[in-house]
Design a protein around this ligand. Sequence first.
Ligand SMILES: [Zn+2]
Length: 354
Amino acid sequence: MTWLLLLGLVAIPGAAAEAPAAPEDHGFGTDPSFTFLPPTAVDTNAIPNMVLRAGDPVDAPLPVFRIAPDTWMFFGNIAEIDQYNRGWNGNAGFVVTPDGVVVIDALGTPKLGQRMIATIRSVTDKPIRYLIITHNHPDHSYGAIAFRRLGGVRIIAHAGTLDYLRSDKIETSVAYRRSFIPEDMVGFEGVEPDVLVAGERFSVYRFSLGGRKFEVYNVGKHHSFGDLVVYQVDQGVVWISDLAFNQRTTFMGDGNSRQAIEAQDWLLNKFSNARLMVPGHGSAQTPPFPMVTRTQSYIKRLREVMRRAIAEDVDLMSAVEQADFPDWRDTRLYELNQRANASFVYRELELEEF
Ligand SMILES: [Zn+2]
């Protein structure tokens, strides 16, 4: 059902059947000493370790997985951005229809956007017609300028994306990326979408291309300035973005944890018959989509622990110290995100109490 298309210049050592047992498996970085891509991007526990170089050509395709007959997925590193993954620390994908290509997310730099385009070109010569940006976070959206420069690509995003482009957050975020992967950020510009998805939470924007139906759901602001979920009606594939994370700890620095829990309930209910869910981070998953339940239970638990701390008059610093989940320590990015998540939820709950 699932098979791997290896394209381009990335060297995969040996048969790539087994991940080297590196200590970094429990960390949050990319190990520069080896390159590894799991044999599948669906229901795997194996973690990709793709090492990119500053000197890689912009037209070098990235490795990509075919996850449905007309659907391809870029399975990104499960790591914080660093100089070895060069901002490729999330997933993206594309659908080839008889009339053109629909792209979901643009990865984290203009260069990655260009390399996505090169990859699409190595699979099909159909024109790229749509880019859907699931949310404004850099790892999903900073490659969008490459698609804008192509011309002819209609860019769909949440209305909140405009607020992000006009906020002071973008400047800090871009400066941060430029500070250690400047070559990959060359030509960066914020991209104003052509279609803004807004309205009621869980409302839908529909379009078709080449006889394939796409549904783009506004799932509120649970994780960013505005989050989308994309459904490929004909294939039963749901691109859930960062509504749930697989193979790693979630990040809660934006958005709203109560909204996230509500949206996860909506997702599981609405798409209980879907064939595949593709998260923004980690491998795609078949039913019953345990990553959604697992991410949700993490968020609920953090809210419980912090609510108790507030009720007991524990101050922020001490509450964050106490919020350790030993059973999550082996999950990637735990050590990086746990304290920040705890602190975010504490402050959120303080506001909710008002
Ligand atoms: Zn993300």
